[in-house]
Design a protein around this ligand. Structure first.
Ligand code: GLC
Length: 751
């Protein structure tokens, strides 16, 4: 126990059992419990991408959109596509500044759950289908928030990957998949950013509510990862308060008035009073930590708005740009038809607990109008209604405007109610009326650029042929309108990259047959093969791959160099050059690949990335560190990470399917020779560096056929024998006795 936890624990000891119990439950919907004049109430507010501090009587409302104005930064679906941890850190610090000014001690975010299916209604709040970038970006936001002493709350721990039946469903996930896909982002954030708090999820994990899951909250989070902060529940996630405390939960939110259950359980010997004191001590430690926060009365509203604009610009993904339709020249003699209600009424954030009342909202129509020169004529047509009410006259008007224009910029996307916290989508389609409008526009106007606004990935294949350019802006935050105009007009080159694959069809999604489950269970039948881990392993065609994104220049990749720097440690370097005519930023991605005849693991996995800005003709060296963990897989039987000896490929690329440089390295493995048992197979014995020779000697002594004799007699015999446990040989008439095997296993262990 370190000094701070010792002091908090000691001060918890000065509180009565009833006061300790009171601290383990909220004092109100958004505060912890005050205790006399000893412990102040801490204020907790959503996040993640802006402060939602309910005001007045909205404070106790179960759901209210009435909160104090704050900057609505781009949600994580967007920010993740910036692949820029430094930017994420700056946004975290800005959110913390506003939290302080609004009297908030802990920001309830970031959410870092993996996008197992594009249907998840809350994907807009999460970063990626990949745990590496989710962890790196999540840690950057936490470090940014906590740089001012405001607490962060990484959520939802764990395997909260759908909204359907989220408060009851059991996520049934094998341990290897949990360890390699659904836990690593949390592990990275806990180990590297040390969040003050973690929020446990609503759902069960393998049959046990996350709020009562001792393996999750104590064994993994605390004993393995060393988490020293406070675990709070999601709002209403506690079913059994005593079981939750016993499992490692420290704070139930909001309160349920069940402190008496704690006292009764302690008196009845069903709950260790030391556990209650420990949980209360963690509330006190959170108070101590947040007491040290810098205090601000206000923030620079314009500067934060500009930061939101910078983030939206850095995150939008240019999916397609045939014939360099984009950028448009704002000084040209031209007519631009701006089509789509989203250009005037932007979708810029998602629904549910993360909804922020913005300080202001930009729209692209106004931004373009302000930015183009006198030679450019802009026309606008809504084209459709946001709620999907049929409006043929709007479509006709928009098509007529497109017919009279040199270029049409069509703003399409998912209507607000299509996706939200609390429910999942059932398809990934774009609204049919919008696709029809685009088809008609393309029929009369040769140059068409589409701008998308959506929180979850949408299928593009049905209508892609009607657009020369497609800019995916996701949900770009309150300044997204100006940011999109900046990119359309080339004031900045797009630099976003996809952090989730865009599939051709929903049926191609790895989890499709296992989402969202039924009868109280969702089985993660696709295992580790989430997103590109399946698509790239099986070469499944996709619309746009993980890591994809275009810009207004081109980049060359050269001079891949690797250096071994220690036991399973390497540095990897490459040179990136801007070979085009505009300044732009490139996201250089590093994957570790295993080429196996029969896959036992995903073909390759993201293990590093860096974003570099280059002027035309300029070059820069990029450098990555690789460690053994980057090669490891989780062995459930051994209960730990394993590194197999052998070759692996380092891939440097511009997306998971645009690998520019490759080199093969070798690892000696993790050095842990697996012990051999009587149940180890003949093949495992033969392949073992110590057991193999010993077995051959024993066979020779017993004048038994050697492997080579077997192969000479009948090649199929040796292949079949390789998978036979050695102990079975005794029963198969081979004169290898049980005593022989015991001697062999003892000899191997003694080496
Ligand atoms: C919600 C969300 C969680 C949020 C909390 C408080 O249900 O799941 O992310 O922080 O409740 O609003």
């Amino acid at each position: 126990m370190n000094a701070s936890s010792a002091s908090s624990a000691s001060s918890a000891a000065t509180l009565s059992p009833a006061e300790q119990a009171a601290l383990t439950s909220g004092g109100s919907r958004w505060t912890t419990t005050p205790v006399r004049d000893v412990v102040r109430a801490l204020t907790l507010s959503d996040g993640p991408h802006g402060i939602r501090r309910p005001a007045g009587d909205a404070a106790e409302a179960v759901v209210s959109r009435d909160s104090l104005p704050a900057t609505c930064f781009p949600p994580s679906v967007t920010l993740g596509c910036s692949w820029d941890p430094q930017l994420a850190h700056r946004i975290g610090a800005a959110v913390a500044r506003e939290a302080s000014a609004l009297g908030v001690d802990v920001v309830l975010g970031p959410g870092i759950n993996i996008k197992r299916s594009p249907l998840c209604g809350r994907n807009f709040e999460y970063f990626s289908e990949d745990p590496h970038i989710s962890g790196v970006m999540g840690a950057a936001v936490v470090e940014g928030i906590q740089s001012l002493g405001v607490g962060a709350c990484v959520k939802h721990f764990a395997a909260n990957n759908q909204e359907t039946d989220r408060m009851r469903v059991s996520a049934d996930v094998d341990e290897q998949t949990l360890r390699e896909i659904y836990l690593p982002a949390f592990e990275h954030v806990v180990r590297h950013a040390r969040p003050y708090t973690v929020m446990c999820a609503y759902n069960k994990v393998n049959g046990i509510h996350a709020s009562e899951n001792h393996w999750l909250l104590t064994q993994v989070l605390r004993k393995e990862w060393g988490f020293d902060g406070l675990v709070m529940s999601d709002w209403g996630a506690v079913t059994d308060r005593v079981a939750a405390l016993a499992a490692g939960l420290d704070l139930e939110m909001p309160p349920t008035g069940t402190d008496g259950q704690i006292a009764a359980a302690v008196e009845g010997g069903r709950l260790d009073p030391a556990r209650v004191a420990e949980a209360a001590g963690r509330v006190l430690r959170l108070r101590d930590r947040t007491d040290r926060a810098q205090r601000f009365e206000d923030w620079d509203v314009d500067a934060h708005h500009e930061l939101a604009r910078e983030a939206a610009r850095a995150s939008a993904v240019l999916l397609k740009n045939e014939g360099d339709i984009l950028p448009l020249d704002p000084t040209a003699q031209q007519t631009i038809a701006v089509i789509g209600e989203f250009a005037r009424t932007p979708r810029y954030q998602g629904n549910g607990s993360s909804h922020v009342v913005p300080t202001r909202v930009d729209n692209t129509l106004d931004a373009l109008t302000a930015a183009v020169g006198p030679a450019t004529t802009l026309t606008f047509g809504a084209g459709f209604t946001l709620d999907g009410t049929p409006a043929p006259e709007l479509a006709e008007q928009a098509v007529a405007q497109a017919a009279a224009a040199d270029v049409a910029v069509v703003f399409l996307g998912l209507p607000d109610a299509h996706e939200s916290e609390g429910y999942d989508r059932t398809d990934i389609d774009m609204p049919a009326d919008q696709i029809e409008l685009l088809r008609e526009v393309a029929r009369v106007c040769p140059r068409v650029a589409v701008v998308l606004a959506n929180g979850g990935a949408v299928s593009v294949s049905e209508w892609l042929a009607h657009a020369g350019a497609v800019l995916e802006s996701w949900l770009p935050g309150q300044a997204g309108g100006t940011a999109i105009a900046d990119l359309i007009l080339g004031i900045e080159s797009p630099s976003g990259r996809l952090t989730e694959t865009i599939p051709h069809r929903l049926a191609d999604v790895p989890s499709h047959l296992h989402f969202p489950g039924r009868d109280g269970h969702v089985v993660y039948g696709e295992g580790r093969y989430v997103g590109y881990r399946r698509y790239d392993t099986l070469d499944v065609p996709v619309a746009y791959p993980f890591g994809h994104g275009l810009t207004y220049t081109t980049f060359a990749y050269d001079d891949l160099e690797t250096t071994a720097t220690g036991d399973n440690r390497w540095t990897v370097e490459a040179t990136i050059t801007n070979t085009g005519s505009r300044f732009a930023r490139e996201v250089v991605q590093l994957y570790v690949a295993f080429d196996e005849p029969h896959p036992t693991r995903p073909r390759h996995e993201l293990r590093g990335f860096t974003k570099v800005g280059l002027a035309p003709g300029a070059s820069a060296s990029v450098r990555f560190e690789l460690t053994g963990r980057d090669l490891a897989w989780w062995s459930t039987s051994l209960g730990g990470w394993r590194i197999d000896p052998g070759p692996f490929t380092v891939e440097i690329g511009a997306s998971s399917r645009d690998i520019r440089l490759r080199t093969v390295l070798h690892t000696a493995g993790d050095g842990t020779l697996t012990d051999l048992e009587a149940t180890s197979t003949f093949g495992e014995w033969l392949d073992h560096p110590v057991g193999g020779p010993l077995l051959r000697e024993a066979l020779a002594r017993a004048k038994a056929p050697s492997p080579e004799d077997l192969a000479a007699t009948d090649p199929t015999l040796l292949r079949a024998a390789r998978d036979v446990p050695l102990a079975k040989f005794t029963g198969l008439g081979f004169d290898v006795t049980t005593q022989d095997i015991d001697r062999l296993t003892a000899a191997v262990r003694s080496r």
